[in-house]
Design a protein around this ligand. Structure first.
Ligand SMILES: Cc1ncc(COP(=O)(O)O)c(C=O)c1O
Length: 407
């Protein structure tokens, strides 16, 4: 007999572990906006919302595909031309793979989820950096594997602490996540650290997930594939059109699975999982071909614009009493630290900043740092003049906040 009750349908326990501060905090911003204050959204790394434009030849490729009737399901691993383009791109970055080892995905995000789902489950550990891009903790919560955090060190330009990673490896460790260049810190890693990371994965037989979505956005020029440093290591490289090709809404990404036979089963597992979600967005797969084989002059001007904004960010944040910030060398993020008085959290600081100035950043604990450490992430995509206004607001607010809290 059916039970009639007015109680809510219960939500699965795993949802509780799925936290994504970058978007969660927007609910608070909407309230501030409703009160009539202008909000400056520095929470999401989306260049389009700050006026950067998707290259026209990519838009034309999508339009051409749609008009030519390419609107059906694509193969679950992606269309052949896109897989070939990614394989050629990967070879050009020092990681030769055959097109058969490429899977086209709905953004880097889906690639990461497919790969983690294929290798880890309950009882397994995955090593991820702190601070981390929160998708990693969110996916691990979903699949029931444990996130084991390794340190990255702000006093050394946010480089990973390789000894700490070594000390965390156990028989339960399945994978090591490396985000280089990094979100949220804006760091790009030194050659010797990159070599140590890939060698460690090789020695311990760990899958290395190389999140290389910002590889073309290091201010000094594109970063080669991490896998290039050790062709025997079990590495999967992930990237997409979202950042360096200015098309985040298209959800067009890819993964290149390293050539070692050690990854054959994982590749098979990923393809099996990919079958279940049918395919990534079909017309956008044509834009992957256009992007990777066509003109990329936009990247030069984009890198230049980012470097200029990074300089402003670094200079302005470090002149605010109580704030220190490491100079970003890639992408569009900085991770400053505010010296908070005891008992005050990074979230309290960021929420007060939002309510009093309309400037929306994300608190460091949303990326896994300790709430007392006072880190917060700034997205510095806004035009230089607006950035300057934003740093004026942060400076004025921080002075007041710290003097109120310290007395
Ligand atoms: C480090 C990192 N990985 C992955 C992603 C997700 O990218 P995509 O849009 O390709 O899914 C982001 C987006 O901000 C990111 O910063």
């Amino acid at each position: 007999m059916a039970v009639r009750t007015a109680s809510a349908i219960p939500v699965a326990a795993r949802v509780g572990g799925f936290v994504y501060a970058i978007r969660n905090i927007v609910a608070e911003a909407r309230k501030v906006e409703a009160s009539g204050r202008r909000v400056r959204y520095l929470n999401i790394g989306d260049p389009i919302t700050f006026g950067f434009k998707t290259p026209p030849h990519m838009i034309e490729a999508v339009e051409r595909a749609m008009r030519a009737g390419e609107n059906g399901y694509a193969p679950s691993v992606g269309i052949a031309a896109a897989r070939e383009a990614v394989a050629a791109e990967s070879a050009g970055r020092g990681m030769p793979v055959s097109p058969d080892r490429v899977v086209i995905t709905s953004g880097t995000s889906e690639g990461i989820e497919l790969a983690l789902t294929a290798v880890a489950g309950p009882g397994d550990d995955v090593l991820i950096p702190v601070p981390t891009y929160p998708l990693y903790t969110a996916v691990l919560a979903k699949i029931g594997a444990r996130a084991v955090f390794y340190r990255t060190d702000p006093s050394r330009g946010w480089l990973p602490d390789v000894e700490h990673i070594q000390s965390l490896v156990s028989p339960a460790t399945r994978a090591l996540v490396v985000i280089d260049p990094n979100n949220p810190t804006g760091a790009s890693y030194a050659a010797e650290v990159r070599q140590a990371l890939v060698d460690l994965a090789d020695e311990h037989n760990l899958l290395l997930l190389a999140d290389e979505v910002y590889a073309d956005l290091a201010f000094d020029g594109p970063v080669p594939a991490l896998a290039a440093l050790n062709p025997d290591a079990p590495v999967i490289s992930f990237s997409s059109l979202s950042k360096a090709y200015l098309a985040p809404g298209w959800r067009a990404g890819w993964m290149a699975v390293g050539g070692t036979g050690r990854l054959d089963d994982v590749l098979g597992g990923i393809k099996k999982l990919a079958d279940g979600r049918l395919c990534s967005t079909g017309p956008m797969e044509h834009a992957i071909v256009a992007a990777l084989t066509g003109d990329r002059s936009h990247q030069t001007s984009f890198r230049h614009a980012l470097a200029e904004r990074a300089d402003i960010t670094h200079a302005r944040l470090n002149t605010i009493p109580g704030i220190s910030s490491v100079r970003p060398t890639a992408a569009f993020y900085a991770m400053p630290k505010v010296d908070l008085p005891p008992g005050v959290t990074d979230e309290a600081y960021v929420l007060a900043l939002l309510r009093e100035t309309g400037v929306l950043c994300v608190y460091g604990s949303g990326f896994g740092t300790s709430p007392a450490d006072g880190f917060f992430r700034v997205v510095f995509l806004a035009p230089p003049r607006e950035l300057s206004e934003i740093y004026d607001l942060i400076a004025g607010f921080t002075g007041d906040f710290l003097s109120r809290r310290n007395h």
